[in-house]
Design a protein around this ligand. Structure first.
Ligand SMILES: *[C@@H]1O[C@H](CO)[C@@H](O)[C@H](O)[C@H]1NC(C)=O
Ligand SMILES: *[C@@H]1O[C@H](CO)[C@@H](O)[C@H](O)[C@H]1NC(C)=O
Ligand SMILES: *[C@@H]1O[C@H](CO)[C@@H](O)[C@H](O)[C@H]1NC(C)=O
Ligand SMILES: *[C@@H]1O[C@H](CO)[C@@H](O)[C@H](O)[C@H]1NC(C)=O
Ligand SMILES: *[C@@H]1O[C@H](CO)[C@@H](O)[C@H](O)[C@H]1NC(C)=O
Ligand SMILES: *[C@@H]1O[C@H](CO)[C@@H](O)[C@H](O)[C@H]1NC(C)=O
Ligand SMILES: *[C@@H]1O[C@H](CO)[C@@H](O)[C@H](O)[C@H]1NC(C)=O
Ligand SMILES: [Zn+2]
Length: 511
């Protein structure tokens, strides 16, 4: 069963570097490892993981392997469950200050109020820094170790650096995707952003950090922006780590389908291209994703919350990973996304049978599939087979779940079901990124976290003050003059008798 778990001792033994390596032995837990021959998780009970520096050096079926280095720090994880860190393939970290303000916002409202263009004038560089940093700590706390950040806080050279610096300082593994977009209100255009991007790409600011440079661009087509070719060239010139785009289509515009990106000669090479949402993906788009092995990022809660929906995504899960999107509006963690997605896929596929008056014989999707989407698939989307897996040679991005003590997990037998269906962020005990603890014993390890919280709150209160006074956008006629009319949804009725119980947003001003 553990045939593939060869101790990859050569990896470190061969290195005769000047700096002493540090080893950690996570000893005695149930490990959800990855078997890359069968492409499935492999459960090891009462085993151990040896981490040397930033790498998983060995995964063993013994709690205390004889050949573990004598100076290794032993972390007793008996009774606990260890998974790889979860991977979020779509997020906008800077938006933390909006927390709870968008509890029932729709996507059209979002664009006019909280989006990259609407928000630009309300954020100073330090607001971007603090929002991004607090947001990434929030992700790490939740066991999300890798984030593809569609960083559309690039409103000036300074705000660009602010979000980048926060990403670096968080010690999370961040694919920081510089967004190219014209910001007329601040007179900061793609033409201004290109030299800023080049500065970042040619500097040594990312050396030795957990942050990698990526690009975000939302004007690939069907009518490409004038600078689309230039951005494709930049992606190649600097050999960036990933490229990402918002893909909606349907009445939304913001199309950016795979067939729109394909003519720019970046889809079918070594560069990972991640299409966020893919709500109205086309048959041709799906075919292109498969033939070029590129991925969509399904953000289940976002797509339901805002109403972009995902009518087709469940048919494209072989080319899909998961994302959170705007964490100020809902759950920040990929575990919740995996759970919501699992159950909504089940609903959809069960309903296909029930709607023909038949009885489902089996369940359409498993916890193993949901787990794989939350971990391994994210690594594949980023073309990083060393992320989202526990196996020798992979990056030591680990989550230890408090399976020994959490009331939610008492009695678990199947560790994958325990995590996917019963655990919560509150059960995340330890988190490592690159072999270093970013959360330990339930607490964020960064010594400056307390100060960051205080500074963030001050920054957030100023921004929230602006938003409390800002009238809601009036949505009349067509959405962005795109030819599609606004229409009312029906409102849920949760109240017996008169009224529907809808209520209002409770802010400082309204309570
Ligand atoms: C785990 O393995 C260790 C060492 O082999 C052993 O002492 C311990 O009793 C085992 N624990 C369980 C729960 O089986
Ligand atoms: C970002 O960090 C660099 C040092 O790496 C510093 O020179 C620069 O001032 C910082 N910029 C912002 C906006 O925080
Ligand atoms: C915007 O910036 C350009 C140069 O980048 C400058 O020529 C122009 O005057 C500026 N416009 C405003 C309104 O500041
Ligand atoms: C932004 O950075 C670019 C590239 O270094 C530089 O040419 C430009 O002057 C900077 N803009 C401002 C407003 O500092
Ligand atoms: C992608 O490239 C491979 C060869 O590298 C080729 O066989 C395949 O047809 C290409 N697919 C598309 C859609 O261009
Ligand atoms: C499985 O992973 C190991 C270590 O990362 C690697 O050496 C091996 O080539 C992989 N095998 C396959 C089939 O991908
Ligand atoms: C829902 O949104 C409307 C604006 O569209 C707002 O006035 C109302 O207070 C919100 N209600 C709740 C319960 O969030
Ligand atoms: Zn987004």
């Amino acid at each position: 069963m553990n045939r593939y778990l060869i101790l990859a001792t050569a990896l470190v033994a061969g290195v005769s570097g000047a700096t002493a390596s540090t080893s950690k032995l996570f000893s005695g837990g149930t490990i959800i490892a990855w078997n890359n021959e069968t492409e499935t998780p492999s459960v090891i009970r009462n085993g151990s993981i040896l981490v040397v520096d930033d790498i998983i050096q060995a995964v063993s079926s013994q709690a205390n392997p004889d050949d573990a280095p004598r100076d290794a720090e032993i972390i007793d994880v008996s009774g606990q469950i260890i998974t790889p860190g979860f991977i979020d393939t779509h997020r906008h970290g800077w938006q933390t200050a909006f927390k709870t303000l968008g509890s029932n916002t729709t996507l059209a409202q979002y664009f006019f109020r909280y989006g990259e263009f609407a928000a630009a004038a309300n954020f100073r560089a330090k607001d971007v820094y603090l929002g991004q940093l607090a947001g990434l700590y929030e992700a790490l706390n939740a066991g999300v170790t890798t984030t593809l950040d569609h960083a559309h806080h690039t409103w000036s050279n300074e705000t660009a650096y602010a979000g980048l610096n926060a990403s670096i300082d968080s010690r999370a593994r961040v694919f920081w995707a510089y967004a190219f977009h014209d910001i007329p209100t601040l007179n900061y255009t793609v033409a201004d952003q290109i030299p800023n991007f080049r500065d970042i790409a040619t500097s040594d600011i990312l050396d030795g950090t957990n942050t990698e440079l990526a690009i975000a661009y939302d004007s690939w087509g069907p009518e490409p922006g004038p600078e689309a070719s230039q951005i494709a060239s930049l992606a190649k010139e600097y050999d960036i780590a990933a490229l990402t785009t918002h893909t909606l289509g349907g009445p939304w515009g913001t199309t950016n389908l795979p067939e729109d990106v394909y003519p720019f000669d970046i889809l079918n090479g070594t560069l990972p291209v991640i299409f966020s949402h893919g709500s109205f993906i086309s048959a041709r788009g799906a075919q292109l994703l498969r033939s070029t092995n590129q991925y969509i990022s399904i953000t289940p809660e976002s797509e339901m919350h805002y109403g972009h929906t995902h009518p087709l995504s469940y048919t494209l899960q072989d080319q899909a990973a998961l994302g959170v999107d705007t964490h100020f509006t809902f759950s920040t963690d990929i575990l919740t996304q995996a759970r919501i997605w699992l159950q909504s896929t089940r609903y959809r596929l069960f309903n296909q049978v029930l709607s023909t008056w038949r009885i489902p014989r089996n369940s359409p999707m498993s916890v193993v599939q949901a787990f794989s989407l939350a971990t391994r698939a994210g690594g594949l989307a980023l073309r990083r087979p060393d992320l989202g897996v526990i196996q020798p040679g992979a990056k030591a991005d680990l989550v230890v779940w408090n399976a020994a003590e959490s009331p939610a997990l008492l009695g678990w037998v199947d560790p994958i079901a325990a995590v996917i269906l019963h655990a919560s962020v509150g059960d995340v005990l330890h988190v490592t990124v690159n072999g270093e603890f970013v959360k330990r014993d339930g607490k964020i390890t960064a010594s400056r976290y307390k100060q960051v919280r205080e500074d963030f709150l001050e920054s957030a209160q100023r921004i929230q003050g602006i938003y409390e006074k800002m009238p809601l956008p009036v949505l009349e006629g067509q959405f962005m003059d795109g030819g599609f009319e606004y229409a009312d949804t029906s409102i849920a009725d949760t109240k017996h008798g008169e009224g529907n119980g809808y209520g209002s947003v409770y802010t400082d001003e309204s309570t």
